[in-house]
Design a protein around this ligand. Structure first.
Ligand SMILES: NC(=O)c1ccc[n+]([C@@H]2O[C@H](COP(=O)([O-])OP(=O)(O)OC[C@H]3O[C@@H](n4cnc5c(N)ncnc54)[C@H](OP(=O)(O)O)[C@@H]3O)[C@@H](O)[C@H]2O)c1
Length: 283
């Protein structure tokens, strides 16, 4: 199978591409410097020439805070860029996987969101990702929308690494305990999206199983790593951010179908893998 990946140099892309290659797929890795998704002529030329069986669209504007000030840029990437990719996926009848987010929801639910739940984003990032979902559904017949959440991976700035660094620097750490979601490792997301390929096209929730708050997530990181940290729970109201976050963005699939491990086991896999990465070579 020939797979074209956009955003291949991002946190997800850098784990995804070697994983697909290990499955025996032929992977064409593209990023901003090789395929600017906002340039339709480039997208058209490359997708027509390469003619991939599958396009995994990871490229995105992902800075949730900055998107509050840069709505036009966020729209250009997440809506226009996604539309460009979806049009071409539709034209060559390729399958397309679009990575979306729990931030499409407003967080007012008290029960987990199903893929059929109505999105109502409360920040610009969530809005642009939702508008991107609509473009995918409009232009591409063979689509999967894979909504994930609270993503962390070896190749990106992420919450787990931030917590470990702050604790190692003996900094006091305040973390909100009134936002509930599903922390997800890139490796769990990747395994979940490859499972989608055997399922009917549509929207799926590809976050880790279970739920927690950011504060409990931090506590679990320190417990698993055996780190003593000066950790205090705070309320979102005390921790001012430009972008509002949903208070509750737990997502499940129809019939509670599980595509991933629970978040604690995924975290322990991640912590083990980062140790291997950080081991000195040749001793
Ligand atoms: N991170 C999370 O917590 C999270 C949560 C839910 C969903 N998601 C979704 O998961 C996907 C992957 O996220 P990630 O964390 O891996 O993001 P990331 O690390 O920010 O990677 C995004 C990639 O897109 C590239 N890009 C930017 N502008 C581009 C353009 N015009 N054309 C082509 N590529 C461009 C970036 O390149 P440069 O670095 O050169 O700009 C970067 O390599 C995204 O769709 C994101 O919305 C992420």
């Amino acid at each position: 199978m020939k797979v074209l990946v956009t955003g291949a140099n991002g946190m997800l892309g850098q784990d995804l591409c070697p994983y697909l290659e290990n499955l025996g797929m032929y992977v064409i890795k593209t990023d901003y410097d090789t395929l600017d998704i906002t340039d339709f002529n480039q997208v058209k030329a490359q997708i027509t020439q390469i003619h991939p069986d599958l396009i995994i669209h990871c490229a995105a504007y992902t800075n949730v805070e900055k998107a509050q000030d840069e709505i036009d840029l966020a729209k250009k990437l997440n809506v226009e860029g996604t539309k460009n990719v979806a049009i071409m996926a539709g034209q060559i009848d390729s399958t397309m996987i679009y990575i979306s987010t729990d931030y499409v929801f407003d967080g007012t639910s008290s029960v987990p969101y199903l893929p059929s739940a109505k999105p109502n984003p409360i920040n610009n990032y969530g809005l642009t990702k939702y508008l991107g979902e609509l473009e995918v559904q409009k232009y591409c017949k063979k689509f999967y929308i894979a909504r994930t959440a609270w993503l962390y991976g070896i190749h990106g700035k992420n919450f787990v690494e931030t917590m470990i660094k702050l604790a190692n620097d003996n900094k006091p750490i305040k973390v909100v305990d009134d936002q509930i979601g599903c922390p997800t490792s890139t490796m769990e997301l990747i395994q979940a999206i490859t499972k989608l390929l055997t399922k009917p096209h549509g929207i799926y929730h590809t976050c880790c199983d279970g739920q927690t708050s950011w504060y409990e997530f931090a506590k679990e990181i320190f417990a698993q790593e055996n780190i003593k940290a000066d950790l205090t729970p705070v309320k979102s109201a005390e921790y001012k951010t430009k972008a509002k976050r949903p208070a509750y963005s737990v997502m499940i699939n129809e019939n509670n179908e599980k595509l991933t491990k629970d978040w604690k086991s995924a975290l322990s896999d991640y912590l083990a893998s980062r140790k291997i990465q950080n081991e000195p070579v040749g001793v």
